[in-house]
Every structure is written in structure tokens, then in C-alpha cells.
Design a protein around this ligand. Structure first.
Ligand code: IMP
Length: 169
């Protein structure tokens, strides 16, 4: 495994994003919506850097089989909270083609939130097919397949504390 982003660098970045959210949402109480499964580690760490009142919810999406995106995005588990008239921050592990985030944004907007922004730990700009607005970005990374810190390859490696690239992949 080659380390692309070290644990310390992730820790620092998560702190920075948390600070930014604290400032941007002062006197508000947003809902953080984590996209499962990949975003659960990032969300858990980010949440603890947030000092304003905040609520948490999750939705599940399926679209990937191993390393290849099927291109078909499906909502497999919906939110439990009502997001109408609420400020929503969508928390993603990685934005690659943009298909997933674009699908989720469209879906959530029909529920009439006051605001909806995207916060992603990783951004693979060069693979983008659909342009999506990203308000908070942890790291821009090259178009390589990464694992760790919540991200998987065939459901493994989510437990790594760093972001890595599997040798030979
Ligand atoms: P998109 O729809 O192509 O933007 O892909 C977004 C989703 O694909 C993410 O939420 C991840 O679950 C998955 N994904 C994309 N690239 C990677 C990667 O390098 N490693 C692990 N999962 C990835």
C-alpha cells in the first residue's frame, strides 16, 4: 500500500474544515448528511470539530461494483429527518465523476431545504463528468483509486487511518 495522504494531514484538514463550518454556520443549526458507507469516518471526525448545534443523518447510495462505476446511482436508504427549511451540509468521502453527488443534490432539493452545500474530503477533478458545486474540499487528488479512512475496495480497507493507493492497482 502506498500512502497518499498521511493520518496527520487528514487530521489537520478535518480541523480546518470544522473551523470553517463553525464560522459559516454561526447561529444556525445545520443537518450534516453523511453518504454511506464511505463518508462515515470523515463525518465522525468532522462532527467532533463542530461546535455549533448540529444534527446528523445518513443516506445510502449504491453505484459502484469494485473499482468501476456502473454509472447508475440508486438511493438504497433514505434520511430519517425532514430537511425542509433546514440548512443541509452533504458530507461525501470522494467526488469522482460527480454522478453520485449530482443525483443526491437533485433528490434533496425537491425537499426544499433552506440551503444545501457539499463537503467532500477528496476531489478527483480530472474524472469529472458532471459539474457539481463543492463548497468544502479537503484534498484534490489525481485520478487514482484510493482506499482508507472510510473508503473501500470491495468493502475492505475502510479501517486504514490514512488514504492509500493499493500497489499494482
Ligand atoms: P462518483 O459518482 O463517480 O462521483 O463517485 C462517487 C462515489 O464513488 C464515492 O462516494 C465513492 O463511494 C466511490 N469512489 C469513487 N472513487 C473512489 C476511490 O478512488 N476509492 C473508493 N471509492 C471511490
Amino acid at each position: 500500500m502506498n500512502v497518499l495522504i498521511k493520518e496527520k494531514a487528514i487530521f489537520q484538514k478535518v480541523k480546518e474544515i470544522g473551523k470553517q463550518i463553525n464560522a459559516d454556520y454561526e447561529n444556525k443549526n445545520p443537518i450534516l448528511v453523511g453518504v454511506l458507507k464511505g463518508a462515515f469516518v470523515f463525518l465522525a471526525d468532522l462532527l467532533r470539530e463542530i461546535e455549533i448545534p448540529v444534527e446528523v443523518d445518513f443516506l445510502s447510495i449504491s453505484s459502484y461494483n469494485g473499482k468501476e462505476s456502473s454509472g447508475v446511482v440508486r438511493l438504497t436508504n433514505d434520511l430519517s429527518l425532514n430537511i425542509e427549511d433546514r440548512d443541509v451540509i452533504l458530507i461525501e468521502d470522494i467526488v469522482d465523476t460527480g454522478r453520485t453527488v449530482s443525483y443526491i443534490i437533485k433528490n434533496l432539493k425537491t425537499r426544499k431545504p433552506t440551503s444545501l452545500v457539499v463537503c467532500t474530503l477528496l476531489n478527483k477533478k480530472e474524472d469529472r463528468i458532471i459539474e457539481v458545486p463543492l463548497t468544502y474540499i479537503g484534498f484534490d487528488i489525481p485520478g487514482v483509486f484510493v482506499v482508507g479512512y472510510g473508503l473501500d475496495y470491495l468493502n475492505r480497507y475502510r479501517n486504514l487511518k490514512y488514504i492509500g493507493v493499493i500497489n499494482g492497482k
